[in-house]
Design a protein around this ligand. Structure first.
Ligand code: GUN
Length: 286
């Protein structure tokens, strides 16, 4: 038996249609969701990501601003840009592309973004709200993972979810979201003893470690749902996930491909967050 491929691109496209419909309704009331993306320096991957975010805004009829700042920008100059965007009524979401150049500290920058405009969901107040189960803007890749699972019709409640990786951007928030969906959650990381045995008990296995093809069939319970968050560039230029897709195919029940799995969801969830922030700024509930 071969696993069912979870088609991230198709699911992402379907959500974008819904966002487009909501945006059209808001436009009738004179509301245009606005996203500001701030890029400091010349990181090639970051430039590509920022370009994709700008394009998604254009396609959906959002207002967008991209602030491309030189690598020599000081911490104070960056904080001044954020302060201005915090107070700009046409902007509902602010995203500072990471990583930042080495001379700029990440934490004060993230902390400076208004929690109402924190479409990355990285602000400590957003993280706190997520943890206690209050409404907040959710980090994009983790909420994309949950949407992929739900829209494939997979039940989360009562299942054992194992998350491999404990980063602030993916591992920890995805574990909190799975818990919120009533899964029993285990987090594994580089110091975990016998990770293979734990992973093998997972009904849902989420992998976010940044190591190409590190997880093969020996980590997989027959029929398990595998969500691969990794995107790694191989020496031959091809992309590979953290999961060895071909190796797990005969064991897993469902698996996300790379590319075309979690990747397409991230920007879509960013757009959804921007839409939500725009509605909230205008006193419109969910
Ligand atoms: N760089 C890589 N992923 C991300 C992300 O999700 N948000 C931001 N701001 N920067 C990133």
């Amino acid at each position: 038996m071969s696993a069912q491929r979870i088609e991230g691109k198709q699911i992402s496209d379907a959500i974008r249609v819904e966002i487009g419909e909501e945006t059209a309704k808001l436009a009738q009331r004179g509301i245009v969701p606005g996203l500001a993306v701030v890029l400091v320096g010349e990181d090639p991957a970051s430039k590509v990501y920022v370009g994709s975010k700008e394009k998604a805004c254009q396609q959906l009829g959002f207002y967008s601003e991209v602030h491309r700042l030189p690598a020599s920008t000081t911490q104070e100059e960056l904080l001044a840009v954020i302060d201005k965007l915090n107070n700009q009524s046409t902007i509902h979401g602010i995203l500072v592309q990471l990583p930042l150049p080495k001379h700029i500290e990440e934490k004060p920058v993230i902390d400076a973004i208004s929690v109402h405009k924190d479409v990355d969901g990285f602000h400590p107040i957003s993280v706190g709200n997520l943890t206690i189960g209050d409404d907040s803007l959710l980090p994009c890749t983790p909420s994309g993972v949950i949407e992929l699972i739900k829209r494939t019709g997979i039940e989360i409640a009562g299942r054992h979810a194992v998350v491999i990786g404990r980063s602030n951007i993916v591992g920890k928030p995805v574990a909190m979201l799975l818990l919120r969906e009533h899964a029993t959650v285990t987090i594994c990381h580089s110091r975990t003893a016998d990770m293979e045995a734990i992973a093998k008990t997972a009904d849902i296995l989420v992998v976010a470690i940044g190591k190409p093809k590190a997880i093969g069939r020996s980590f997989v319970k027959p029929g398990a749902v595998i969500i691969d968050v990794g995107i790694n560039r191989l020496p031959d230029g091809k992309l590979a996930g953290d999961v060895d897709y071909d190796d797990v195919l005969d064991t897993a029940g469902y698996v996300t491909p790379v590319p075309g799995g979690v990747g397409p969801m991230t920007i879509t969830m960013l757009m959804l967050n921007t839409l939500k922030a725009a509605k909230q700024a205008n006193g419109i509930g969910e």
